[in-house]
Structures are given as structure tokens and as C-alpha cells.
Design a protein around this ligand. Structure first.
Ligand SMILES: Cc1ncc(COP(=O)(O)O)c(C=O)c1O
Length: 369
């Protein structure tokens, strides 16, 4: 047995991983305990989930799963169904344990020196990049949160980046990346990953460009529109030669049988689910309009199922976040994670009663001051 003491054991950890961490959402149980409310009383608007959950047909499909049998590593049924949904062939589709898994697979496939992101944006890109010991080049967005396309192109060239991660709509700003910009970026010798996790909440997609640019990869998830965040299912649509590598290097059983069954059922019953998506879009728009009555809040127009809101004047965004939290309304405050968002909060779209609760709480906070 080694005589090394316990503290020495970290010498085995790769230096670039010593501080690796991703701050994900807290459990509802932990929040409920902290704020002293039962879980059922919480209004959870912090993770852009589908607040309606998955429909009964999807839940039924999960119960029929043969959970003692390994899932299909080739994802034959799922890739066929996704291909049908996206209008491509199964050879263009690779599925993963959430789209996070696909982002990781793409980084491992390319093993790049550098990746480029456009901040503020989804923190997973820089987290996965730093875990892979890759230089993460964060290019600030324009003041209106659109992508600074010229600066991204320059950053790709200056750093020899082989992957650019661009979410459209972007999280947390809700901003779209117009297809004209995707086309411009696709001129670079770099994979352009258009992360369309929230595309189902708007009418825009880069899919019409697919096939036109071999270096374009589109990622989607079942976490948001389909209400399957907890089951972890996402997919990438890419050139078939890239997909064959992604399929070869992914964890063989990355999509579990419950996620597979739920994904197939969600695609089959997409129309029923889209009713809930439309309801959430409506609430997003209602919240946006209602927020205008608060002179100290500046909502940013969003194409996703959440709204980023600047807190102006004397109040701090963190105080507003905490004041809502005390009232059981759980939203997101990022601080400096993913870009400078110290003056912002993000509220996911919910059911009408959730919007009502948010507005009532904000009025109470306004009066408290
Ligand atoms: C832009 C974006 N991409 C990807 C994801 C991850 O989705 P998944 O749950 O499929 O891993 C999220 C989740 O918040 C997101 O905001």
C-alpha cells in the first residue's frame, strides 16, 4: 500500500481539470428546504423546461421499456424517426444523452486547439472545452446580443479554431442567429455548430442550409419542447461522414432505453406536444409585454421559452432574484457565468398561473422598496 497521504492523491488529476466545474440547476428539494416551502408550492422557472411535462402517450411508452436489456448502440429506430422529423437521412443523425452529449462528442471528434463561442451564451460550451483542455475563445456579442459575425470569423482565424458553438435562439439572451450569418460563418474552415435547443419555440432554423455547407452541424434536444430533460435525449444533424465518426466514438449505450422509447413516442405525438409549446410561447410574450409596466426592468425580446431581463436603477439583479426566490419563484441569475450578466435575470416561460405569480411577486417587490 502506498504511503502517500490523502492530499497527495490529487497529483493524479490532470492540471487543466483541477478547477473544472459546471454550476447546474439545484434540485427542487434543496430549494424548497432553503426557502421553507413545500416542493409543490415552488414556481420553477429556472431551467427552460416544458412545464406541461410529456403527454400520457410518452409516459406510457416509457413503462413498456425492457429496462434489463441494453439499448441499441446503433440507434436504428431513433435515428430513423429523427431523420423523418428533420427531413434528412438516418446517416445524417447521431443521438446522445441530451445535446450536451453531442457537444462533447463533437469536441472529442475534432480534438481542436481552440473553440469559439459568442458570449453571453450557454456555459456548457466553455465547460466542455476546458475539460477537453482546449482554448475557449469567447467573442462578446453586440450590444443587442446579436452575434458579432466579423469578430467571430476573426477569432476563428486568429486562433485556428475548428469549432464555433452558436446557439440560435441563444441561451440566455433568446437572440436568433440569422441564416445569412450562418452562411457567412460557414465560409470559414471550421465546424459551425448551430445549437437549436430552442428552435421549436420560434419559426426559424438553419436546417434549410443543411447539405449546402458540409461544415454545418445542427444540434437539437428533446429536453425543451418535448419535456424530456430528465431522460436526457438530444441529437445532431451532420454530414454523414462526420456522423459515422460520431457514432463510432460516442459511448456505445449513450441513449438509454427509456429515453429512446420516450423520444420515439414524442416524435410520434409531436403535434400534441406542440400545443404546449405554443402555450408557452404565448406566456413568454405575455410576460414580455407585462414586464414593460416595471420601469426598472428591461426585457430582451426572445425567440425561446425564456426571457432575459435587465434590472436597472437602484435594484440589483441578484436582490430581485433572491426576493423572488424567497417567495418560491425560482428563476436564474448567472452573475459572470457565461459572460457578464450581473445586471440580468432569466425567467423561463411557464403556465399562465406561473406568469401571474411572477407578476404579482414583482409588484410586491416594487412596493417593498
Ligand atoms: C443552448 C442550449 N443547448 C443545449 C442545452 C442542453 O440540452 P440537453 O438537455 O439536451 O443537454 C441547453 C440546456 O439548457 C441549452 O440552453
Amino acid at each position: 500500500m502506498s504511503s502517500n497521504n490523502v492530499s497527495d492523491i490529487t497529483r493524479f488529476v490532470a492540471p487543466h481539470l483541477a478547477k473544472a466545474t459546471y454550476k447546474g440547476v439545484e434540485t427542487v428539494e434543496a430549494i424548497a428546504k432553503e426557502v421553507g416551502l413545500p416542493v409543490e408550492k415552488l414556481v420553477k422557472l429556472n431551467a427552460n423546461e416544458n412545464v406541461y411535462g410529456a403527454p400520457q402517450q410518452v409516459l406510457d411508452a416509457i413503462t413498456k421499456v425492457q429496462h434489463h436489456v441494453y439499448p441499441d448502440p446503433s440507434q436504428v429506430k431513433l435515428r430513423k424517426a429523427v431523420a423523418g422529423l428533420m427531413g434528412v437521412t438516418p446517416e445524417n443523425v447521431c443521438c446522445g444523452a441530451g445535446s450536451d452529449d453531442l457537444l462533447d462528442i463533437i469536441i472529442r471528434m475534432v480534438n481542436p486547439k481552440a473553440i469559439v463561442t459568442s458570449t453571453p451564451t450557454f456555459g456548457m460550451y466553455s465547460f466542455l472545452g476546458s475539460v477537453a483542455n482546449v482554448d475557449v475563445i469567447n467573442v462578446p456579442r453586440n450590444d443587442d446580443f446579436t452575434v458579432d459575425v466579423d469578430a467571430v470569423r476573426q477569432a476563428i482565424r486568429d486562433n485556428g479554431a475548428k469549432i464555433a458553438f452558436l446557439a440560435s435562439p441563444n441561451n440566455p439572451t433568446g437572440t436568433l442567429l440569422p441564416n445569412a450569418d450562418v452562411e457567412t460563418l460557414a465560409q470559414e474552415d471550421c465546424l459551425i455548430i448551430v445549437d437549436e435547443a430552442y428552435a421549436d419555440f420560434c419559426d426559424e432554423t438553419a436546417m434549410s442550409l443543411f447539405g449546402k455547407h458540409d461544415n454545418l452541424i445542427i444540434c437539437r434536444t428533446m429536453s425543451k419542447w418535448a419535456g424530456l430533460a430528465g431522460l436526457r435525449l438530444g441529437f445532431a444533424v451532420a454530414h454523414k461522414d462526420l456522423v459515422s465518426v460520431m457514432m463510432a466514438i460516442k459511448q456505445p449505450y449513450n441513449v438509454n432505453t427509456a429515453a429512446e422509447a420516450a423520444g420515439l413516442a414524442a416524435i410520434e405525438h409531436r403535434e400534441a406536444i406542440m400545443v404546449t409549446v405554443r402555450a408557452m410561447r404565448q406566456e413568454r410574450d405575455r410576460l414580455f409585454n407585462e414586464l414593460k409596466q416595471f420601469s426598472w426592468l428591461r426585457p430582451i425580446p426572445s425567440s425561446a421559452n425564456f426571457t432575459l431581463i435587465e434590472v436597472t436603477g437602484d435594484r440589483s439583479a441578484h436582490d430581485v432574484y433572491m426576493a423572488l426566490r424567497k417567495r418560491g419563484i425560482i428563476i436564474r441569475f448567472f452573475g459572470s457565468q457565461g459572460g457578464n450578466l450581473n445586471n440580468f435575470i432569466r425567467i423561463s416561460a411557464g403556465k399562465p398561473e406561473h406568469t401571474d405569480a411572477v407578476l404579482a411577486a414583482l409588484k410586491a417587490i416594487e412596493q417593498d422598496a
